[in-house]
Design a protein around this ligand. Structure first.
Ligand code: FMN
Length: 325
């Protein structure tokens, strides 16, 4: 079941969605090593992408083992978004993804992210400017089903989706919640089915309530979307992708033992120290270990031990104590 986004071929239809605070290069590399075929960066402000020098280097990282990868941008002015897209294109991102979905109040009040679901004209001006700016590079959109929860006509959604495909967008990813819903309530998979029926020849990716590999496959089977973006379900479970591949092949999903979990967690720590610095690496891994603990048989004890950790030695001691088989 390969997936295609413009000229980019993706060998398996379950990828890692954009996750602020999680889908950075270290975690993307961990997910890649466990079968993720496609990953999206955290949302980046267009203005940050256009910064020069060291700050940009910290923010934007690519690695030969992390392809195909989409760089996701968020902004207000179509021309600034186009400049940021050009910049990501030159850096070697395979796909440019536009965020019209983020519900965070500060983002929406600055007319960015999910605010675009309420402003189809600006959304489409942005798509056109970005498509023109990066000829040959696939451009994708992350949308919500509507801005307001009560909106059952989804008029802005349809205007943006149709206009974007006409303007040359290669795919849309639809988070089947409204912007107002943020991350609560159920995602409307029935709406995903409607979207796929409306665009049978286009690439449509689904997002929302993909809580497990089995749910990822169920979303594709029930809605007909071409691919799925895992999000919260893949935080702390990078085996998600290998498990989805197992289920697709009719094998029982791989269940990593404690030794393998420890190997992945310590590798993640090394990658985070390399990408940032040891202090930030520890901070990130302390936070991530609480998520990895979801898979541990003594998760409550482990979490209680992890929240007390202050130093690298303490962190390592907890990991060694809980993850030896
Ligand atoms: C902590 C967190 C950060 C997120 N950051 C982004 C982001 O930067 N860009 C984006 O398009 N979506 C972002 N999302 C939305 C997810 O990609 C996904 O669409 C959403 O969580 C619904 O999927 P789920 O119900 O399976 O988690 C984020 C979600 C969470 C929970």
């Amino acid at each position: 079941m390969p997936l295609r986004i413009g000229a980019v071929a993706i060998d398996f239809p379950v990828g890692l969605g954009a996750l602020a605070g999680y889908s950075d290069l270290p975690y993307r590399l961990i997910c890649r090593s466990l079968g993720a075929p496609y990953c999206i960066t955290e949302a980046m402000l267009d203005r940050q992408v256009l910064l020069e020098g060291r700050l940009r280097k910290r923010l934007i990282r690519l690695d030969p083992a992390d392809h195909p990868v989409a760089g996701q941008i968020m902004g207000v002015e179509p021309e600034t978004m186009a400049d940021a897209a050009r910049s990501l294109d030159r850096m070697g991102f395979d796909i440019i993804d536009l965020n019209f979905a983020c519900p965070v109040r500060k983002v929406v009040s600055h007319k960015r992210g999910g605010a675009l679901m309420n402003d189809p004209e600006r959304a489409l001006a942005t798509v056109r400017a970005v498509v023109d700016a990066v000829p040959g590079r696939p451009v994708t959109l992350k949308l919500r089903r509507a801005f307001r929860d009560a909106d059952r006509t989804h008029e802005s959604f349809w205007t943006i989706a149709r206009g974007a495909f006409e303007a040359g967008a290669s795919a849309i990813a639809v988070h089947a919640r409204s912007v107002e819903q943020k991350y609560t309530g159920r995602a409307d998979w029935g709406f995903l089915a409607e979207v796929k029926r409306a665009f049978p020849e286009r690439t449509v990716l689904g997002s929302g309530d993909v809580s497990s590999p089995a749910e990822a496959l169920r979303m594709m089977a029930e809605t007909g979307v071409d691919g799925v973006l895992a999000a919260r379900g893949a935080i702390g479970n990078p085996w998600f992708f290998a498990q989805a591949r197992d289920l697709t092949a009719g094998r029982p999903p791989r269940q990593p033992g404690l030794d393998e979990q420890r190997e992945v967690i310590t590798r993640h720590y090394r990658l985070a120290c390399e990408a940032y610095d040891p202090r930030r690496g520890l901070k990130i891994l302390r936070h991530f270990s609480l998520q990895y603990a979801k898979m541990h048989p003594r998760r409550t004890d482990l979490r209680n031990a992890l929240v007390k950790v202050r130093t690298e030695d303490e962190w390592r001691a907890v990991i060694d104590a809980f993850y030896s088989s």
